[in-house]
Unconditional design. Structure first.
Length: 455
């Protein structure tokens, strides 16, 4: 152990920014299963995937063998505007909890979009621009991805059309205005603008919408010349770009010879978690180090802890490729809980495979206990966390309290994926004491799982 005093914030210099993303699949023995065509159920090849995604992104989606993918210089230039992000030693939280554990968090909220999503947005916009496209279509749940994509598109001069889950569109009007300020068009989903939106509206009248619906609409809207669809999570290409989080975290920890014992991240589609853990999972896979890794999901949308590991549709409209993942069924409609970014029926196929193989563990936590942790964190560490990030905070605090009981001085590292300024309606509900936990029944989950295709 180093005797050097660890600063409150470990900053890397701009020169220490990672120059390549790390593709953990290259080190995985059991690779994530291939994506399948939604109709034929045949594995998707480069041609097929290039119909939906930019060619370079489709190539990244299929690449199981290249360990390091160079980050293009224009993407690095953009990263330099808000990265490297700090790794913070949560001294105040440790003191407050009176724990011998050392708690660190990687803070991804210090950009206007307020989350880690910008790390992949700029990469995806860059490849779209390189391909000569006019614009992109996408969906957004809580609004962070839509904002990130709007920022990236504004920077590179691309058009950006965002389908926003209706409940968020209504709950978060200012999120919408941030996107419009960056030049994007924003449509509440399900809308009447697409065939799939009209069908979902007919099937589920008055629906609040879901990420699964919005994805279907955005994919349909991308079927015009000069456009492609982009997705902010779930895909392996997104997890690849997000490894900049884990690579920076590892570089910062290495500077002070800190070996993490526990890594924690909230998991919606799996991108901030996947990005944080990738280099460490690589160490585990190569037998160089070991640590506990915890994916935290909301009890209201528990894909890892209560779902099944099967091929399923990535979207409600069943227009996207199928992937083998932990899923609650693509028809699963999570209650309108407030961690919008975690309301997805499935999980990244990469994170799913790691979980299936026992390389990571998962926990589901109640919304009220998440907000209790988020509020405690805000009061002692100053940062107002996104409700999504609050899930990681909850489990980090629980682990630190466990250390207090056992006297263990563990190093706990979690991903503080974003800030919560646009989630004050949820905080208000918590402050007023009117927040409830919305846990699906076994019957509800069984009903949506019954719709999963047999493959
Ligand atoms: C979108 C989002 C998440 C969930 O998405 P992942 O792909 O699982 O990371 C978590 N936290 C924040 C702040 C987000 O914006």
């Amino acid at each position: 152990m180093s005797t050097e005093k660890i600063p409150y914030k470990i900053y890397l210099t701009e020169e220490e920014l990672p120059r390549a993303w790390y593709n953990v699949r290259a080190d995985m023995v059991n690779k994530p299963a291939p994506l399948l065509h939604p109709q034929t159920h045949q594995p998707m090849d480069l041609e097929g995937l290039s119909q939906v995604f930019c060619r370079e992104l489709a190539r990244q989606e299929l690449d199981d063998t290249t360990p390091y993918v160079p980050i293009p210089q224009p993407v690095l230039d953009f990263y330099r505007m808000y990265r490297p992000s700090p790794l913070v030693r949560a001294y105040c939280l440790e003191r407050y909890l009176d724990t011998p554990a050392h708690i660190y968090y990687k803070f991804e909220g210090s950009n206007t979009s307020g989350s880690h999503k910008l790390n992949s947005a700029i990469a995806q916009a860059y490849y779209a621009k390189e391909e000569g496209l006019i614009g992109v279509t996408t969906e957004t749940g809580a609004g962070q991805w839509g904002t990130a994509m709007s920022m990236a598109c504004a920077y590179l001069g691309l058009q950006c059309s965002v389908f926003m889950v209706k409940v968020s569109y209504e709950q978060k009007p200012f999120r919408r205005e941030v996107m419009r300020t960056y030049g994007a068009t924003v449509t509440p989903s399900p809308s009447m603008d697409t065939a799939v939106g009209r069908r979902i509206n007919a099937q589920f009248p008055g629906t609040n919408g879901s990420l699964g619906c919005a994805i279907s609409e955005a994919v349909e809207a991308a079927r015009k010349p000069g456009y492609r669809y982009v997705l902010g999570s779930v895909l392996d290409q997104v997890l690849l770009h997000q490894t900049v989080i884990g690579l920076e975290t590892k570089a910062a920890l290495d500077k002070y010879h800190i070996r993490p014992d526990i890594l924690i991240g909230c998991a919606g589609g799996g991108s901030n978690l996947g990005g944080l853990i990738a280099p460490f999972v690589g160490q585990k896979l190569r037998g160089e180090a070991d640590m506990q890794i915890l994916a935290v999901e909301p009890a209201s949308c528990p894909s890892l802890t209560r779902g099944r590991f099967v091929y399923d549709y990535c979207d409600t409209g069943r227009v996207c490729p199928l992937q083998k993942m932990y899923t609650l069924g693509s028809d699963f409609m999570p209650s309108p809980n407030h961690a919008g970014g975690l309301r997805y029926h499935g999980m990244s196929r990469l994170v799913s495979q790691l979980y299936h193989d026992g390389l990571i563990q998962a926990a589901a936590v109640d919304q009220t206990s998440v907000f209790a942790a988020a509020v405690e964190f805000a009061r002692v560490e100053g940062i107002l966390p996104a409700p999504e990030s609050g899930h990681a905070i909850r489990v980090a605090i629980d682990q630190a309290l466990k250390c207090k009981q056992t006297g263990e001085e563990k190093n706990i590292v979690f991903s503080l994926s974003g800030t919560g300024y646009f989630d004050m309606a949820a905080y208000q509900r918590f402050n007023d004491g009117t927040m409830t936990d919305q846990i699906p029944t076994d019957e509800q989950i069984a009903r949506s799982l019954a719709q999963v295709p047999v493959i």
